[in-house]
Design a protein around this ligand. Structure first.
Ligand code: NAD
Length: 330
């Protein structure tokens, strides 16, 4: 049994807390939001973000970062990506040398172009960061539906430790030594999910969706490999696997926001309506910066940026993608 600090109590932090407690581990959950912790203490359920998933009796809920971080075998960083740096900075005084930290959020920081594990590494030096991602919606994990993900670290032993802690009969964990490629795939697929949602919002069908997924992974791989990820990673669970689930699932907030944008709403209006952080909007900008840095073509992501930030008509964006110069597929 491990002592675990769960940093962040949104949908994903809550689902992983249930999973880890179910595996027999002792979890202390932290949130920056006082009312959220009060609700979790009182109801033992996150009624807004993960209704219907009852949390086990021995879980501790706190707004005290020291309590969540001290003397833990493992910390899980589950705050949405825009809060990763500020939260890691606040955690630093309470984190011990060599602390194992599992990064489960998805994003690329604008301007620095750092992935989240890089941010944690910069803010909390001398920690050991492992990335955990793959096709995994909180609503399904919290209800014990079979899910398969990957734990990635340059150090195989760290990845194996995380694999052992998380793995169960409903949550299979593979290991990888390409955490950077995993994180790039996880962040960039959110931008393609926005495109898939936009196509849905325009009333287009399954042909369009399949094209966006397939050409989407082509451009994610092209950019990811140029940036230093391994090609095979983009064809695995954290690449094409996560892309499929995000583009197709009713649970995907990025796809849902895309649908609203395809129906004519601005991204600000869509985010308000979805009521969650739509990380693809942030990663869209970072992806453009990354593509510029490595001189890589990312036509779908480019059109998503034009729709989000330049007010381009979504129908015109799809038309422009269709009418690009003729090319060979591979
Ligand atoms: N939800 C999923 O199914 C899922 C699955 C895999 C990965 N992820 C990733 O996990 C991360 C978290 O996703 P989520 O679904 O839990 O998001 P969420 O929108 O449900 O998270 C909101 C939570 O973030 C925390 N928060 C809010 N403001 C904060 C602040 N200023 N500082 C620190 N924390 C703050 C609070 O606990 C709040 O409940 C994201 O990067 C997401 O991509 C989510």
């Amino acid at each position: 049994m491990a002592e675990i600090g769960m940093i962040g109590a949104g949908s994903w932090g809550t689902a992983l807390t249930w999973l880890l407690a179910n595996n027999g581990h002792h979890v202390t959950v932290w949130s920056a939001i006082e009312s959220e912790i009060e609700m979790l203490k009182k109801d033992r359920e996150h009624k807004d973000k993960l209704p219907g998933v009852k949390l086990q009796d021995d879980i501790i809920f706190t707004t005290d970062l020291a309590e969540a971080c001290a003397d833990k075998d493992m910390l899980v960083m589950a705050v949405p990506s825009p809060f990763t740096r500020s939260t890691a900075r606040q955690m630093k005084p309470y984190v011990r040398y060599g602390q194992l930290i599992v990064s489960v959020a998805k994003g690329i920081e604008e301007d620095s172009l750092d992935t989240l594990s890089m941010i944690i590494d910069e803010e909390i030096q001398k920690s050991r960061v492992v990335v955990l991602c793959g096709p995994s919606h909180a609503e399904e994990v919290g209800n014990g539906m079979p899910t398969v993900v990957v734990a990635g670290s340059k150090d195989e032993d760290n990845a194996k430790y995380v694999q052992n802690v998380f793995m169960s009969e409903v949550f299979r964990v593979y290991t990888s030594t390409d955490p950077y490629g995993m994180e790039l795939g996880a962040a960039l697929k959110n931008v393609i999910a926005l495109a898939a949602g936009i196509a849905d919002g325009l009333g287009y069908g399954d042909n369009t969706k399949a094209a966006l997924i397939t050409r989407g992974i082509a451009e994610i791989s092209r950019l990811g490999v140029a940036a230093g990820g391994e090609e095979a990673t983009f064809h695995g669970l954290t690449g094409i696997g996560d892309l499929i689930v995000t583009c197709a699932s009713k649970h995907s907030r990025n796809r849902s926001a895309g649908v609203l944008i395809g129906q004519g709403k601005s991204y600000e209006e869509a985010m308000k309506e979805v009521k969650q952080v739509v990380e693809g909007v942030y990663s869209a900008k970072s992806a453009m910066q990354l593509a510029k840095k490595y001189d890589v073509e990312i036509p779908i992501i480019e059109q998503v940026n034009a729709i989000l930030f330049e007010g381009k008509d979504p129908k015109q964006a799809i038309f422009d993608l269709m009418c690009r110069e003729k090319k060979e597929e591979l």
